[in-house]
Design a protein around this ligand. Structure first.
Ligand code: SME
Length: 159
């Protein structure tokens, strides 16, 4: 397993491109999903210093908080509720440039201004979501969506 995270100093696409193979190596070396989610959240935080980055797992009719980096977060989210519950219900990535404009957004932290939620899909079924929050407006775009979906795909088989 990698002992030190290598962080590219360039733009975000370069940072993601440097990060992905390191996450792939971590996941290949460890079968425990909690350990992998914890390290993925840590590596995303170390690379980008996002306000909040972490996982929710589908458990019955709710998403339940998993490993994350950042402030205290709500522990359970029902299907269809908030950005996370909508990404689950619709099985698609949701980019929210301004959380105040998203009906039903769940404000775990009043400092959060924009958000992206990527579903983790196994055999076409959502088994969890990767949620990233920013304290700035319009932080996330198609570049984040593409790379975070690749990261979600890494962890899906062992989720
Ligand atoms: N804002 C999310 C809730 C999770 S926290 O941001 C960590 C939502 O609306 O689903």
């Amino acid at each position: 397993m990698a002992e030190h995270l290598i962080i590219h100093t360039g733009d975000k696409a370069e940072r993601y491109a440097t990060l992905l193979p390191q996450l792939s190596a971590l996941v290949e070396a460890e079968t425990d999903s909690i350990a992998n989610m914890a390290n993925i959240a840590a590596c995303l935080w170390e690379t980008f210093h996002f306000w909040w980055v972490g996982f929710y797992r589908v458990m019955g009719e709710e998403l339940v908080l998993g490993p994350f980096q950042g402030p205290l977060a709500c522990t359970r989210i029902r299907k269809g509720r908030g950005v996370c519950g909508t990404a689950w219900a619709e099985a698609r990535t949701i980019v929210v440039p301004d959380v105040e404009q998203f009906p039903g957004h769940i404000a775990c932290s009043s400092a959060s201004r924009s958000e992206i939620v990527v579903p983790i899909l196994r055999d076409g079924v959502v088994v969890g979501v990767l949620d990233v929050d920013s304290e700035h407006l319009a932080t996330f775009d198609e570049t984040d969506a593409m790379w975070l979906e690749r990261i979600a795909a890494l962890i899906a088989p062992i989720f």
